[in-house]
Design a protein around this ligand. Structure first.
Ligand code: LMR
Length: 336
């Protein structure tokens, strides 16, 4: 089903179940929680969403954003959404596995994507739509995908090939694919919420981590990590998720307004994400606070070969049709 048909379907269902009178004037606050800094691709995307919604509704619909995990962190934001304590979240795709959607871990497969355009072929195609549809099983509603970018490795030593990782404790998101990737490299994965990562690096609970440069820079990780290696080994992106209960309480007109504002905000976010990561890298270079390394082609090849078994591990956990669909969307990929 095309995206437009699907949305029309939602609008019709809601129009049929809600009284028409009095809906348009209702004042609404959308409470939106996320875990990163405001000055990141995600923070700026959601801020744009807030501006568009508030402008277009004449301030009748307000968006209250709680950044930096100040209200809920990785572990409890989905539960808060389920309970109605917040109305929208935008977790990384790596965080859907533990709540029962391991198929989202496709996006964590190392070296699956060469460029963001490849990601788009999944998120904008049937694979993306089917993933969002799956969220309905828990009465969640996926409203769209957006990018941060490619992840880089950090520690207090260069991490350019498998031998460099041996024995290190590496902080990972709650994704089994990412944990497996670290094991394949000889490191020990330690799953921690984003909000605890910097402190864990500082106290030595973990030795290193991975993230796009924008997250590294805005958490001041350069103060606790000496080496940043530009490995570009995996993708980090997000899905915006709401709860059906909240969504269907909106009038069909408000749903259309919110959805269009979000669509434009996600497009905006995707258009600035790369530049924002580049800006963070330039800032890191200028401050000289961290040593920056780039793997050679041979080192990158060894890295890639070492992590290839991770795909087979995911193939054992999810319906093989997902990996076939990825192969179809990305003919050059080695998925599956
Ligand atoms: C992380 O936990 O490392 C990232 O998912 C944080 C984020 O939301 O960008």
């Amino acid at each position: 089903m095309g995206r437009r048909t699907w949305l029309r379907g939602l609008a019709c269902t809601a129009a049929a179940t809600l009284p028409a009178i009095g809906q348009a004037a209702r004042e609404i606050t959308i409470r939106l929680s996320h875990v990163v800094a405001p000055d990141t691709p995600k923070g700026l995307t959601l801020e744009r969403f807030r501006t568009l919604v508030e402008e277009r509704s004449g301030q009748r619909i307000r968006v209250q954003i709680y950044p930096q995990g100040q209200l809920y962190g990785d572990q409890d934001e989905m539960q808060a959404l389920q309970l109605g304590a917040i109305d929208m979240v935008a977790p990384s795709l790596s965080k859907f596995g533990p709540i029962g959607f391991p198929e989202f871990e496709l996006f964590d497969l190392p070296f699956l994507f060469d460029r963001v355009a490849d990601v788009r072929r999944l998120t904008q195609g049937p694979v993306g739509q089917r993933l969002l549809d799956r969220l309905g099983r828990q009465r969640l509603l996926g409203l769209g995908f957006f990018d941060n970018g490619f992840k880089q490795m950090s520690a207090n030593r260069p991490l350019l090939e498998p031998a460099d990782f041996v024995g290190l404790r590496m902080r990972v998101q709650a994704s089994r694919v990412i944990a497996q990737q670290m094991r394949a490299l000889g490191a020990r994965p330690v799953t921690l919420p984003f909000s605890e990562t910097r402190r864990a690096l500082e106290s030595g609970v973990v030795d290193g981590t991975e993230n796009p440069v924008s997250n590294f820079w805005t958490q001041n990780m350069q103060v606790v990590q000496q080496d940043l290696s530009l490995t570009q080994h995996g993708y980090l992106g997000y899905a915006v998720v709401t709860h059906q209960r909240f969504w269907f309480e909106l009038s069909s007109r408000d749903r259309a307004l919110v959805h269009e504002a979000l669509r434009e905000a996600l497009e905006f976010g995707n258009s600035i994400a790369d530049a924002h990561n580049d800006k963070a890298l330039t800032a890191l270079r200028v401050t000289g606070a961290v040593r920056i390394h780039t793997p050679t082609a041979a080192q990158r090849q060894r890295f890639k070969s070492a992590v290839m078994p991770v795909q087979a591990e995911l193939a054992r956990r999810i319906d093989p049709a997902w990996l076939s669909a990825v192969r179809e969307a990305l003919p050059s990929t080695r998925a599956g």
